[in-house]
Design a binder for this molecule. Structure first.
Ligand SMILES: [Zn+2]
Ligand SMILES: [Zn+2]
Length: 365
């Protein structure tokens, strides 16, 4: 057997650290997982044995004195983590893996209108997805045939290999290349699905979209995604909601917002009117002297709450419209009205108290 120091390429005076470094460098290029050649495998064993001996002070001393540098048994595992770091070990999978795999999740975007959000809505969504193969029912084999046990791994799906590690023999296992780790081989793959157990199809998924959803919300529909390989469990379907903008009504949380233009004369004298909300008519009574920027709140006519009970409110911002075109008679009437009024002063106010911010504050406050 070659000299342990020569095998590792270090001097007789090398420190433990230098020996460790040399071994790591060699192991990286010779480990069977990296370098499948028979030569490399032999050298790897040699290098590992040399390292085992020289990294242990007692064994190294014996070796230096002409001893055999005995093959130490399994140790306390202090280097196990190094080994794992090198080779991505740590796999504890035992036995063949199942062909059945969980299907992937899918994401669909769904657009809904604001009026649909008030009470929730229903959609029948067309989804391109994977469904169970009817021919083989997910078995992946042609009907009447069955998979055979892999004769390379004898059904275990794993190839075991003894590897000399830092501290003795270690059994490593890797997926069997012949059966790809399944332990069985499908000799007559189903023709319909090419042995996948599933086929692509267009499917209709009925979806109840709850009231109160908002743009960006994701609804999870467990088990409504594609079916897995070989009849494995379905993935989940996610619906990402987008609420289309409405040309009149907007939204603040569960409240619906709009504005109402009121003629100056109606604002002065008061008026009863009916407006068409998203969920039907709403009767309004504007009291005499209604001001611009007043907000009428209609309780319970907003959006049904996604979480919790009840509905938000409908909030209507009043905008008094000043007439711009008056005929001669109207002008005279207004003039005589104005002449009869004592208080004609204009008054300065803080900008923040102006119409725009008042409306906004009342809406959002
Ligand atoms: Zn099939
Ligand atoms: Zn196999």
């Amino acid at each position: 057997m070659a000299d342990h120091y020569e095998v590792l390429g270090v001097s007789r005076e090398a420190t433990t650290d230098e020996i460790k470094k040399a071994y790591r460098r060699l192991a990286r290029e010779l480990h069977p997982d990296v370098n499948p050649g028979a030569d490399a495998s032999e050298r790897f064993k040699e290098v590992t044995h040399a390292y085992d001996v020289l990294s242990d002070a007692k064994q190294r001393q014996q070796y230096d004195m002409g001893g055999s540098g005995g093959m130490g048994g399994a140790g306390f595992g202090g280097f196990g983590d190094i080994f794992d770091t090198f080779f991505g070990g740590g796999q504890t999978q035992r036995g063949p893996k199942s062909r059945r795999e969980r299907g992937q999740d899918a994401l669909l975007r769904v657009e809904v209108d604001l009026d649909e959000v008030i009470f929730g809505t229903h959609r029948d969504l067309e989804v391109d997805t994977a469904v169970l193969c009817e021919t083989c029912q997910g078995s992946c084999s042609q009907p009447g045939t069955s998979p055979i046990t892999c004769d390379i791994c004898h059904g275990s799906g794993q190839i075991q290999r003894a590897v000399r590690s830092l501290l003795g023999n270690v059994m490593t296992s890797s997926p069997c290349g012949s059966c790809r780790g399944y332990g069985t081989i499908i000799v007559s793959p189903c023709v319909t699905c090419q042995g996948q157990g599933r086929v692509r199809a267009r499917r209709t998924v009925p979806v109840d979209i709850p009231a109160g959803v908002d743009t960006g919300l994701r609804l999870q529909m467990p088990g409504s995604g594609e079916i897995g390989q070989a009849g494995g469990p379905h993935g989940d379907l996610y619906l990402e909601i987008k609420v289309r903008n409405h040309e009149i009504f907007s939204r603040n949380g569960d409240d619906l917002l709009c504005t109402l233009d009121v003629q100056m004369t109606d604002a002065i004298l008061g008026v009863s009117t009916t407006i068409q909300a998203l969920d039907g008519d709403v009767d309004l009574d504007l009291k005499p002297g209604t001001q611009s920027s007043e907000v009428l709140t209609i309780k319970g006519r907003g959006i049904t709450k996604l979480r919790g009970n009840g509905r938000g409110d409908l909030r209507i911002g009043i905008q008094v419209v000043t007439p711009t075109k008056l005929d001669h008679r109207e002008k005279e009437l207004i003039k005589s009205f104005a002449a009869g009024r004592k208080q004609q002063d204009t008054q300065l106010g803080h900008f923040q108290q102006g119409l725009f911010s008042k409306l906004r504050d009342k809406f959002l406050g």
